[in-house]
Design a protein around this ligand. Structure first.
Ligand code: NDP
Length: 462
């Protein structure tokens, strides 16, 4: 048998790569990992984690306002953006070193620098050639900004975490996860925020009720949402940035943030030379076991363009480790993956949207409620909460659960277990609610609307 320096060489120290490396080492494999920037990757360094910290920071404005209704009188308040950025940076540095520590404790050789494939078993790193029985590509992705005049004036989520000052006015381009989350952050921190999205509604791919409801909620909070238009060009004007929109309107802002999707990091890695086939969008093609067209090369996470979610990349990494070194060939499971948008209020969702369910099942029962949360009765907030269950009429299985409202991600995580387990509406009904909570609505929903594919095809609006 050929001798290799390592059993597994992982390129990319993000959540997926780190999990695969640690688990493989745990199975007894000799593992090395290389990262060219900071261990932790997109999620820890410039994604989910700092984003969530900023979301917390931006909630306080509403909380101070809510407090009055409960008898509190608050003194003078001020917000320091540099203090928030510095606190966030300390936490990210702590997490980064924790990631490295976990790898080292697991016996993984932790390397710094950009690795490149020379062939399906060899990588080059800082002038050294290292061989491995298997190579795992976990290099993630980066923001995509359309090629418009003045593009260099735009920022992305990457820069948003390090701005020297909080913008007073900001335009956010895009209508996906990142655009909606950051619109809430900027708005909550006091910036005059405009969201510009080319589509007919924000959050394409989400349930139509969720999309409309969230749009209305963020607009109530002060985000100006412009649909059916896009940013055509940017230029400096009067110490600001003028964003010219396709609609003819010009918005003046202190920052223009593009959140218009992400592209996989596959360039300059020697992938094609090593026989790794790429898809038209540049992502790495993989099979159900995350194996590429080169038998010894695997790929996981955002570089493969499956579901771009950290916990999914982690599961894919764990599955590769189990397949290669655990004696358990394990395909990546992308069924019923719960997800959340940390908008304000947040969205939690699992399973099928009403539209997707109707493609799979001819008849559905839709349970839906929207209500004013209890806290709003005294706070006076006009915020509302939406909950929705999508049930396959024939089997009575709950095939989708959706929520917009406070704690939606926390609540849907629990509901996701039931949906993943394939439980029926009667199982939800048999569960006693916790009172008084918003979550109890999920086990007390009684009023249903029957939606059929035939009616939808006949044009009855859903
Ligand atoms: P998304 O794919 O979610 O959204 C991209 C948005 O940009 C869409 O609204 C899209 O419009 C729009 N867009 C794309 N290209 C253009 C263009 N050329 N001009 C104008 N608009 C354009 O990407 P994000 O960048 O928001 O996030 C990337 C991924 O990261 C997400 O899909 C998600 O998987 C993950 N993520 C997850 C989070 C979480 O779990 N909470 C948080 C943040 C990111 P259209 O709909 O018309 O295509």
């Amino acid at each position: 048998m050929a001798h290799f320096d390592y059993d597994l060489f992982v390129i990319g120290g993000g959540s997926g790569g780190v999990r695969a490396a640690r688990m493989s080492a745990g199975y007894g494999a000799r593992v090395a990992i290389a990262e060219e920037h900071r261990y932790g990757g997109t999620c820890v360094i410039r994604g989910c984690v700092p984003k969530k910290l900023f979301v917390y920071a931006s909630h306080f404005r509403d909380e101070f306002a809510d407090a009055r209704g409960f008898g509190w009188t608050l003194g003078e308040r001020s917000f320091s953006w540099p203090a928030l950025v510095a606190a966030k940076d300390r936490e990210i540095a702590r997490l980064e070193s924790a990631y490295r520590g976990l790898l080292e404790k697991a016996g993984v050789t932790v390397l710094a620098g950009r690795a490149r494939l020379l062939d399906p078993h060899t990588v080059e790193l800082g002038g050294r050639r290292l061989s491995a029985r298997y190579i795992l590509v976990a290099t993630g992705g980066r923001p995509f900004v359309p090629d418009i005049p003045g593009r260099a004036l735009a920022i992305t989520s990457g820069e948003a975490f390090h701005l020297a000052e909080l913008p007073r006015r900001i335009v956010v381009a895009g209508g996906g996860y990142i655009a909606v989350e950051f619109a809430g952050i900027w708005n909550g921190l006091g910036a005059e925020t405009t969201l510009v999205h080319r589509g007919t509604e924000i959050l394409r791919g989400f349930d139509h009720d969720v999309r409309r409801f969230l749009h209305a909620e963020i607009a109530k909070k002060g985000v100006r949402v412009l649909l059916g238009t896009e940013v055509r060009s940017l230029e400096r004007r009067d110490g600001a940035i003028a964003a010219q929109l396709a609609s003819g309107e010009t918005r003046l802002a202190d920052a223009v943030m593009f959140a218009t999707g992400r592209v996989p990091n596959t360039e300059g890695l020697g992938l094609e030379e090593a026989g790794v086939a790429l898809a038209a969008d540049g992502s790495v093609r993989v099979d159900a076991h995350s194996r590429t067209s080169a038998a010894s090369v695997y790929a996981i996470g955002d570089v493969t363009h499956r579901l771009q979610l950290t916990p999914v990349a982690i599961r894919e990494g764990a599955a590769v480790a189990a397949t290669l070194f655990g004696g358990r060939p394990t395909p990546a499971d992308h069924e019923n993956v719960p997800t959340a948008v940390f908008s304000q209020p947040p969205v939690g969702t699992v399973g099928l949207t009403e539209e997707a369910a109707l493609e799979r099942y001819p008849e559905l029962e839709i349970y839906r409620t929207d209500f004013r949360p209890m806290k709003a009765t005294l706070s006076g907030s006009s915020e509302r909460t939406l909950m929705k269950l999508v049930v396959d009429r024939a089997t009575q299985r709950v095939v989708g659960a959706h929520m917009v409202g406070n704690d939606a991600p926390e609540i849907i995580q629990g509901i996701a277990i039931a949906v993943k387990a394939g439980l029926a509406k009667s199982d939800f009904d048999a569960t006693v609610g916790i009172h008084p909570t918003a979550a109890e609505e999920f086990v007390t929903l009684r009023d249903k609307v029957v939606v059929t594919r035939a009616a939808a095809a006949a044009g009855t609006p859903i």
